[in-house]
Design a protein around this ligand. Structure first.
Ligand SMILES: Cc1cc2nc3c(=O)[nH]c(=O)nc-3n(C[C@H](O)[C@H](O)[C@H](O)COP(=O)(O)OP(=O)(O)OC[C@H]3O[C@@H](n4cnc5c(N)ncnc54)[C@H](O)[C@@H]3O)c2cc1C
Length: 487
């Protein structure tokens, strides 16, 4: 290759859930020149580029069977942090982890974080991620001030609500298909402590959980519900809510200590087991009877937690609970191709309860009971391909094996019918199953046509493409004939 395009390798590039992926050429530019070089080189070679951050999307959003993967994680500088406003400016490959570690000692916390701290800023913007506070502060995109977008022709354009607003609203949540986010400016929240106040609220069923969360929407800073996915009948959707609040100015007498990074760092061992080994323990329970037991134990311990009232937890401990157990996903992987998929259904407020109960019942009756269920409250936002709505989401983690793959796919198709009947939306950071028809029925043909039009303008030669894009939006006949779910 004549052009300087950064590091290049041939690697297995897969979705975070490990059940989709392929061996792919991967390019890792370090700066804008190398990134532009990579675009030129791909154009010369006649291949597409799949933008990729840390690969934390569960499915095929940043994998590619047909082109090169463009890994942005070396363009990872934190460019500026204004301690008087809390505004931060970062390169697209910098991580949420870098952001909070800079912000917190200065008394700020990112407005929106995911359940893991490892996504990049570019990946978070391209998927328009949400946190457990979506009902309160909106999505990641709602809190972005501007982005720089590198278009397919090599032009770098700054986009905001005032400048190139159409591109701004399309590229946020546009799953990397309109260009590469090389820089982003985002707001953070002023905090007066490194801790949040947290309490658990135990619920007998899903209706009770949703009512209780709805009542707290005006008061809580964060709300999340854990669902015992094995509960059925009158216990269908029972579980535990976590309600978390920021501490007020002066409430934390030791804020210097709690705002320190040491206070945030997660412990190296849980109940005496080194963190790095816990997934091996979890693997022993990674089957239906084991997970039924784990869910039942959590339900009982949740009741005890609810009785103990308010307690304090660090921001990192509360927000990044899933990072407590490194590599926990390996509990799902015994053989190559095993893994998990997450199905996250977004339903409007008036249909959500019945829809979620129907999804849980469908999973149980078809032999694919989810091993984890999580409920969140959402609010709408102005982005073109957004998943956000005035309603709720329920995320379900489902085990994938070589043996259950085809049957699970059929079950997911039935999930999608339930969601569509309830007027639901899908979230591409978690998806690996929906078809073009389902996307059209959910997002609407007009919205999808508007996105295609924007792409024709921003990336006329179709330089940016991923497995997700070809599966859902290009109606690639080759993909259809292989099934939407290649390994
Ligand atoms: C354990 C876990 C918990 C999670 N919790 C949540 C949660 O609470 N809320 C939530 O919303 N999501 C959650 N997610 C999903 C995750 O936040 C998103 O998938 C996020 O987009 C991942 O970012 P990434 O950097 O890994 O990007 P990738 O997954 O690599 O890519 C995501 C998308 O962005 C595109 N892209 C990546 N970088 C760029 C760039 N610089 N410019 C343009 N496009 C780009 C890719 O093409 C792809 O379409 C979770 C994921 C995991 C693994």
């Amino acid at each position: 290759m004549g052009q300087d395009i950064g590091r290049v390798g041939i690697e297995r590039v897969e979705g975070w859930g490990m059940s989709v992926g392929s061996t792919t050429r991967i390019v890792r530019p370090r700066d804008l020149d190398q990134l532009r070089g990579a675009l030129q080189e791909a154009r010369r070679a006649g291949v597409s580029l799949a933008p990729r951050g840390t690969g934390c999307s569960y499915g095929d959003a940043s994998t590619t069977r047909d082109g090169w993967a463009l890994d942005m994680t070396r363009m990872n500088r934190l460019l500026d942090f204004d301690a008087s406003t809390g505004d931060a400016e970062l390169e697209g490959g910098a991580s949420i982890r870098q952001l909070w570690r800079k912000a917190l000692p200065l008394g700020y916390w990112p407005k929106v974080v995911s359940g893991t701290m490892f996504p990049t800023i570019g990946g978070a913007a391209a998927m328009n991620i949400h946190g457990k506070n979506n009902f309160k502060v909106g999505t990641f995109g709602d809190n972005l001030l501007e982005i720089d977008l590198l278009l397919g022709n090599g032009d770098l354009v700054t986009c905001s609500r005032e400048q190139n607003a159409e591109l701004f609203h399309g590229a946020i949540g546009g799953f990397g298909m309109l260009g590469i986010i090389t820089r982003a400016k985002t707001r953070t929240t002023k905090v007066y402590s490194g801790d949040v106040r947290v309490r658990g609220i135990s619920c007998h069923d899903l209706g009770e959980m949703m009512d209780a969360m709805q009542e707290l929407v005006g008061e809580a800073d964060y709300l999340v519900g854990w669902i015992d996915t094995f509960g059925s009948g009158s216990a269908g959707g029972r579980g535990l809510i976590h309600d978390a609040r920021y501490l007020l100015d002066g409430e934390d007498s030791d804020s210097d200590k709690t705002l320190s990074l040491e206070h945030q760092d997660l412990p190296d061992a849980v109940m005496g087991v080194p963190k790095a080994e816990i997934w091996r323990v979890l693997r022993m329970f990674n089957h239906d009877p084991g997970m039924r037991l784990v869910n039942a134990i959590k339900q009982v311990s949740g009741r005890m937690e609810a009785m103990s009232g308010w307690h304090r937890q660090s921001h990192a401990g509360f927000n990044f609970l899933l990072d407590y157990v490194p590599d926990w996903k390996y509990a799902y992987a015994r053989r190559a191709g095993d893994g998990l998929l997450q199905y996250q259904a977004f339903l409007p407020a008036d249909t959500a309860l019945d829809g979620f109960l129907a999804l849980l019942a469908e999973g149980q009756s078809s032999g694919h009971t989810p091993y984890l269920g999580v409920l969140k409250r959402h609010r709408p936002d102005p982005f073109l391909m957004t998943h956000a709505l005035d309603g709720w989401s329920m995320a379900m983690d489902l085990k994938v094996t070589a043996k259950n793959r085809a049957h699970l796919l059929e079950t997911c198709a039935r999930f999608s019918k339930i969601c569509l009947a309830a007027g639901g939306r899908f979230y591409f950071a978690k998806d690996q199953v929906i078809s073009p028809d389902v996307a059209r029925a959910s997002f609407g043909s007009e919205r999808i046509a508007a996105f295609h039009e924007l792409k024709a303008h921003a990336d006329p030669d179709g330089l940016f493409s991923t497995d997700l894009w070809r599966r859902v939006f290009e109606e690639d006949p080759a993909r259809t004939s292989h099934g939407p779910w290649p390994r």
